[in-house]
Design a protein around this ligand. Structure first.
Ligand code: HEC
Length: 286
């Protein structure tokens, strides 16, 4: 009897999974492929060298249009991040092209000054209107939280969803935003023959609607890596996405480490409490 139930369950599960893969293809949405990230899962941590390369890509390419206003220069020095030397970051702040508006000074006027360590990493535009005016009406969003603000879209039938969710919980999947931004950066392509592309837009496989106002920002060789990592679009995209994932969640390393310590502590405490309970009740008939 038991055997029959488990066989039936296995059959049901395989039908569900088969249906899931069929409906994913029918959905019309480009499926965003999942990537392997060193910081994923229950124990994953950021790789400092990758974050440093990712910042280099942000600085040399993305910062021409996008800000990173929730990250201050001093965050680049902190443990758990790219951990650049403080002097290098001070120098970087001094020469950052986008100055900070400060004031009023003794004459009551606002003035511009180079950023200090405590200042945010500003983008090139003072406000959204200036950004839109410069970018043909499109707004390049601030990238500080983009890895959390985006996610992958999946459109399976409603009854498949719970199974996918359980799968995500089982592997602690939180990298939907990272997968999407990686897919976006590597998803520029020629439009299919029957696709009507609006002037000034670019075809992208994963952007909703497939037309984006951002010109393809990466091409092989645009950033010269110092550590021997090959200068390819794929590596740039991986590294800058790792960096943006850190920017959106700077305490991920500490959080996961403390989480494991707490679980270990609770296991030990449970054992001690159990032994204590046995001892207290040992002489009492019950
Ligand atoms: C020439 C300016 C420019 C550069 C350089 C640039 N972007 Fe963009 N980006 C834009 C604009 C404009 C948009 C808004 C697009 C739209 O709404 O159609 C955008 C949108 C985005 C989005 C949001 C997409 C969405 O789902 O809404 C992400 C993520 C992004 N850019 C990442 C990057 C990264 C990472 C880099 C560096 C590798 C970069 N961009 C370089 C102009 C730029």
């Amino acid at each position: 009897m038991k055997h029959r139930i488990s066989l039936t369950l296995m059959f049901a599960l395989s039908v569900v999974l088969a249906a899931a893969s069929v409906s994913a293809e029918e959905g019309g949405h480009a499926e965003v492929a999942r990537q392997k990230w060193v910081f994923s899962g229950f124990t994953g941590q950021f790789d400092k060298a990758q974050l440093q390369r990712g910042f280099q890509v942000y600085k040399e390419v993305c910062s021409a249009c996008h800000g990173l206003k929730h990250i201050a220069f001093r965050n680049l020095v902190q443990p758990g991040g790219p951990e650049f030397p403080q002097d290098a970051v001070k120098e970087l702040a001094k020469t950052w092209p986008n100055q900070i508006t400060d004031g009023p000074n003794d004459e009551g006027k606002m003035f511009e000054r180079p950023p200090l360590l405590s200042d945010p990493i500003r983008g090139p535009y003072h406000n959204d209107k200036e950004a839109r005016a410069a970018q043909n009406g499109a707004l390049p969003p601030d990238l500080s939280l983009i890895a959390r603000a985006r996610n992958v879209e999946r459109n399976p039938s409603w009854w498949v969803h719970p199974f996918l969710m359980l799968g995500d919980i089982a592997e602690a999947y939180q990298e939907g935003g990272a997968d999407y931004v990686y897919g976006l950066l590597t998803g520029f392509a020629d439009p299919p023959a029957d696709f009507k592309l609006t002037d000034g837009k670019y075809y992208n496989k994963v952007f909703p609607g497939h037309q984006i106002s951002m010109p393809p920002p990466l091409s092989d060789g645009v950033v010269a890596y110092q550590d021997g990592t090959p200068s390819t679009v794929d590596n740039y995209a991986k590294d800058v996405v790792a960096f943006l994932s850190w920017a959106a969640d700077p305490s991920l390393d500490t959080r996961k480490r403390i989480g494991w310590q707490v679980i270990l502590y609770l296991i030990v405490t449970t054992g001690l409490l159990y032994l204590g309970k046995k001892r207290i009740w040992a002489g009492i008939k019950h």
